[in-house]
Design a protein around this ligand. Structure first.
Ligand code: PHE
Length: 334
């Protein structure tokens, strides 16, 4: 039987060299190592040999089996590395991840926020669905004010409406906090306007409020001029013009030189050379009284600005509606 064992070893050694893939390796295993394979057959043959030769032959057979198993395993592990590297094809194109960007309006908003935060303002917000009292009454709007008309305001019920400005958040902040107060209040507002490339029924404002002992109009001017210089650049010209808001007295609108035409007059500034960017004023004593503040002790200023128009001017966008269409071809540009 010893010559058979030697013969089988040589055959196995030769055959393993020609095994080129996993299925040929399996064939090899079945031929030599399986329960009915050729090595097992030789083990069966042990029964027919004289008992005194059995131990030596058994030992040789065990060695043969271990050797062939080693041949098999060595090949298997070489296949593992080959298939491993085949699945990592370094020449394949990578899959590009689409990383979103911040909406241009939110980028503008973030910049405005960070300027005011650096000047010591906190950030507050309030509901978009408001009641008549917070949106109008507490802000000293007379009962017959035109803004209370259905034509300007989206009413949900007689008393509930979509806020037309962020000023009601002033009231909510003051109802819940005692002075000193220094906050900005960004958010969405709604007006029932004809939709066009320049106006939409929803837009964004940032409101500001400062109430403390001894707050003056000079402080208002200093703070807002500092903001304008940081946001628009220090060389820009600005001007304050008196105006009217029910909730501030005195009130002003702030204008900056139109940076599209540099003050010469264009379509954007309606030939005026100036762009109105902000409404502001000293908080009306009636408003302070409505939230229970002592008007002998406290004064304050407030301001409000539209964000959408600022962003339109900054990025040279032709139609405000592009902001709200969620077209990635538009949004990818920012
Ligand atoms: N709420 C005003 C508007 O929407 C802006 C404003 C806010 C004016 C605060 C003065 C003070 O036009």
């Amino acid at each position: 039987m010893q010559p058979q064992i030697e013969q089988l070893r040589r055959e196995a050694e030769e055959q393993i060299r020609s095994v080129a893939n996993v299925s040929q390796l399996e064939e090899f295993r079945v031929t030599y190592l399986a329960r009915k394979g050729r090595i097992a057959l030789l083990f069966d043959g042990l029964k027919g040999v004289p008992p005194d030769q059995r131990p030596a032959l058994g030992k040789s057979l065990n060695e043969l089996r271990a050797h062939v198993q080693q041949l098999h395993d060595g090949k298997a592990s070489s296949f593992a590395t080959v298939t491993g590297s085949a699945s990592l094809d370094l020449t394949q194109m990578g899959r590009r991840g689409h990383i979103g960007t911040k909406h241009p309006l939110m980028q503008t908003m973030d910049e405005i926020k960070s300027i005011f935060v650096s000047m010591g303002f906190g950030i507050a917000d309030g509901p978009e669905l408001e009641d008549d009292y917070h949106n109008f009454g507490a802000l000293n709007f007379p009962p017959d004010h035109p803004a209370r008309d259905m034509q300007d305001t989206f009413f949900v019920t007689r008393d509930v409406l979509l806020r037309t400005h962020t000023s009601p958040v002033q009231i909510r902040v003051m109802e819940n906090h005692q002075p000193p107060i220094r906050v900005i209040m960004p958010g969405k507002v709604y007006r029932n306007e004809a939709i066009s490339s320049r106006s939409f029924c929803m837009f964004h404002q940032v409101e500001g409020l400062c109430v403390d002992k001894g707050v003056t109009f000079s402080e208002l001017k200093g703070t807002l001029i500092s903001f304008i210089k940081q946001f628009y650049g220090s060389s820009l010209k600005y001007r304050f013009r008196p105006t009217f808001f029910p909730f501030t007295e005195p009130s002003a609108d702030i204008y900056i030189t139109c940076f599209i035409c540099n003050g010469k007059g264009c379509r954007m500034c309606k030939q005026a050379g100036w762009l109105e960017i902000l409404g502001c004023g000293m908080v009306h004593p009636n408003v302070l009284r409505n939230v229970g503040y002592d008007t002998e002790k406290f004064t304050g200023y407030a301001f409000g600005m539209g964000i959408d128009r600022i962003a339109i001017l900054r990025y040279g966008i032709e139609d405000i509606r592009l902001f709200f269409e969620n077209d990635v071809r538009f949004l990818n540009q920012f």
